[in-house]
Write a protein that binds this ligand. Structure first.
Ligand SMILES: Cc1cc2nc3c(=O)[nH]c(=O)nc-3n(C[C@H](O)[C@H](O)[C@H](O)COP(=O)(O)O)c2cc1C
Length: 205
């Protein structure tokens, strides 16, 4: 069940955003994000969309007012556009590289720039890196998500040995894909997204 009926009996699809966690030239997040999107569309009829921070060059957060108390619309046009995207989402898949045993500043800036847009929504992770497969970044991110009143779910994918994970065309190798239970992660994030969507509707009423 990935559909939801609103008051007017219109069908609203469960909406899940796949957020790329890096912006550098030659980044792997783009290819990994595409794999996640393709697989998600095969597994579920929820509405999946990639959010590429390169398409939303968000300024570093520097407001006087913390986002939890901020009035919308935001003055910055890009911030408002990204806010609309995050607002419409019911759940998130963070494509998470590990930079110096942590998550990237790009992800932190996106998280810090908003508040109500995130609350009572679930998040999962497809992380990657060397020996730890980005899992150190994910453990740190889970703590941050809790402060935003999000629900970081248990299931996630951690790709170990990212440097050998791609073919000559820059696509993730089939043998790497088959090592991971991405389908299960997608099914779980869709389930949590639906559960929390209903929970949010009760708070608003
Ligand atoms: C600034 C920087 C720091 C990194 N630190 C780590 C690290 O601590 N652990 C790790 O497993 N990989 C580390 N790496 C390697 C990344 O996992 C690898 O380059 C990955 O492809 C980065 O994601 P991206 O290509 O999407 O930017 C680091 C890479 C960069 C650019």
């Amino acid at each position: 069940m990935t559909k939801y009926l609103n008051l007017f009996n219109r069908t609203i699809m469960t909406n899940i955003k796949i957020i790329l966690g890096s912006i550098r030239e030659g980044r792997k997040s783009e290819s990994i994000g595409k794999w996640v999107l393709d697989e998600a569309k095969k597994v579920s009829n929820a509405d999946f969309e990639i959010i590429d921070p390169n398409e939303y060059p968000l300024p570093l957060f520097s407001d006087t007012i913390p986002p939890a108390y901020a009035e919308k619309p935001y003055k910055d046009e890009i911030r408002q556009k990204l806010s609309d995207k995050i607002e419409e989402a019911d759940g998130f898949i963070f494509i998470t590289p590990e930079y110096n045993h942590g998550y990237t500043s790009i992800i932190k800036n996106i998280l810090d720039s908003f508040y109500k847009e995130w609350t009572i929504k679930p998040g999962t992770f497809v992380s990657y890196g060397g020996a730890a497969g980005g899992s150190r970044a994910v453990e740190q991110l889970r703590q941050v998500l809790v402060e935003l009143q999000m629900v970081p779910i248990r299931q996630a994918v951690h790709i170990v040995g990212v440097f050998d994970a791609f073919d000559d065309k820059g696509l993730i190798k089939e043998e790497i894909k088959s090592k991971h239970s991405l389908d299960d992660v997608i099914n779980k994030i869709v389930w949590w997204s639906e559960v929390l969507k209903e929970a949010r509707s009760k708070i608003n009423n």
